[in-house]
Design a protein around this ligand. Structure first.
Ligand code: UD1
Length: 370
């Protein structure tokens, strides 16, 4: 039986990857620091974790814990990360430590305890703005929006003549453009794993996840993904707070599809490469706020459009998943509506400590929301 170590395995994505791998006959060990921001002050083993998964509580920056976790392991799925784009812009030291030093320590330990395969969670954030099409049909990699443009509330991306760009699906060939510390961290993780994997003969794959949603996402973490933040607001009978004008577009992919993609990546012969994992569709943040309020039975809680922007945010990005389809055989199965209905069922029993306003104030105080 193959044994897989999942770093960050007690988290949202890790818990689903553990379920998929256990069902497929793998032995699963999780290494997780049970960070209070995600797991609450008591830092207990989450109830949603599969009983058959072994949990080692330890931090990736602690070489001793990593060494212990790697004993007898054949494959590693490296998910452990601090994930808030906004938070990464002021907690720079802790983001670089957790994400980059943590990955470095994992790789350093792997030089002593080699495995056959390494899968690392990268992110769509590394692309910066997704591809766009100009009015005269040119495909371009848009520049980051300037602070001056954002201050004028001109949210949309424009070409050199000031004409709006039409967002296009973004393939893996787009050059990275790193617009937040988090994006930089994710790119560093991806490259470090691919470089070390090649040097040490570890078959390595980086999956660039788009916006993952579904059950088990930490509701009381104000720096988690937007759907969980909106859910926490709605559970407390408050309207979602929407940055910019809400027409920025993202690609929402269901966590079970992501977990299946991880299994495909552990089993493919095509290694030492990167793949997008998204739904291939895009939605505006405003529309998902409205959809979520409706499925949660709170349609009257209309989103509050703040007209503010968050430093490090991009305007539009959604996945071109043709490469994952062709090489990994990846096909998203959970549609957005179906996933949202299921999420509403899950949320009905949840209690959330809504910290969104506190988090926004923190960013405002630091000039990272304006
Ligand atoms: C998210 C993930 C990141 C992942 C990436 C992959 C988190 C915290 N971030 O980043 O880890 O790598 O997807 O695609 O899970 N927004 C609001 N109101 C809010 C919160 C957010 O309007 O209360 C807006 C943001 O301004 C942004 C959009 O929603 O335009 C998405 O934000 P967020 O969920 O933080 O996602 P990403 O930055 O795309």
């Amino acid at each position: 039986m193959r044994r897989v170590l999942i770093t960050g395995g007690a988290g949202f994505i890790g818990s689903h990857v553990a379920d998929v791998l256990l069902r497929a006959g793998y032995e699963v060990r999780l290494l997780d620091n049970l960070s209070p921001q995600v797991h609450g002050p008591l830092r207990q083993r989450p109830a949603y974790l599969n009983k058959d998964a072994e949990l080692i509580v330890g931090d990736l920056t602690d070489a001793f814990s990593v060494d212990r976790a790697l004993r007898g392991v054949d494959m590693v799925v490296h998910l452990a990360s601090s994930v808030g784009v906004g938070q990464s812009m002021y907690d720079i030291e802790s983001y670089v430590r957790a994400n980059e030093l943590g990955t470095a320590i994992l790789l350093q330990t792997l030089t002593k305890r080699p495995v056959e395969r390494l899968l690392v969670a990268s992110s769509m954030s590394i692309y910066g703005e997704g591809l766009g099409r100009t009015a005269d049909d040119q495909v371009v990699s848009p520049e980051e929006r300037s602070i001056d443009q954002l201050k004028r509330c001109e949210w949309e991306l424009k070409d050199a003549q000031g004409r709006h760009l039409v967002p296009l699906p973004t393939p893996e060939t787009k050059q990275p453009s790193l617009s937040s510390i988090y994006a930089l961290n994710k790119y560093a993780q991806e490259r470090m794993c691919l470089i070390a994997g090649k040097a040490y003969g570890i078959a390595t794959i980086a999956l660039r996840f788009f916006n993952v949603f579904g059950p088990n996402q930490a509701l009381s973490n104000p720096y988690t993904g937007v759907l969980a933040i909106f859910a926490a607001r709605l559970l407390n009978d408050r309207p979602p707070l929407v940055f910019e004008d809400g027409l920025q577009r993202r690609d929402f992919v269901h966590v079970r599809d992501v977990a299946r993609a991880c299994r495909l990546a552990l089993e493919t012969d095509h290694v030492n490469d990167v793949f997008n994992i998204g739904s291939g569709r895009s939605r505006s943040i405003l529309s998902v706020a409205q959809d979520l309020a409706r499925v949660m039975g709170r349609p009257a809680l209309a989103p509050h459009i703040t007209g503010k922007y968050r430093a490090g945010d991009i305007r539009h990005c959604f996945a071109d998943i043709e490469k994952s389809r062709a090489i990994l055989g990846f096909e998203p199965r959970v549609g957005f509506e179906e996933g949202l209905d299921e999420l509403a069922g899950y949320l009905a029993d949840q209690v959330a400590d809504d910290q969104a306003e506190r988090a926004t104030e923190e960013l405002l105080r630091r000039g990272l929301v304006a």
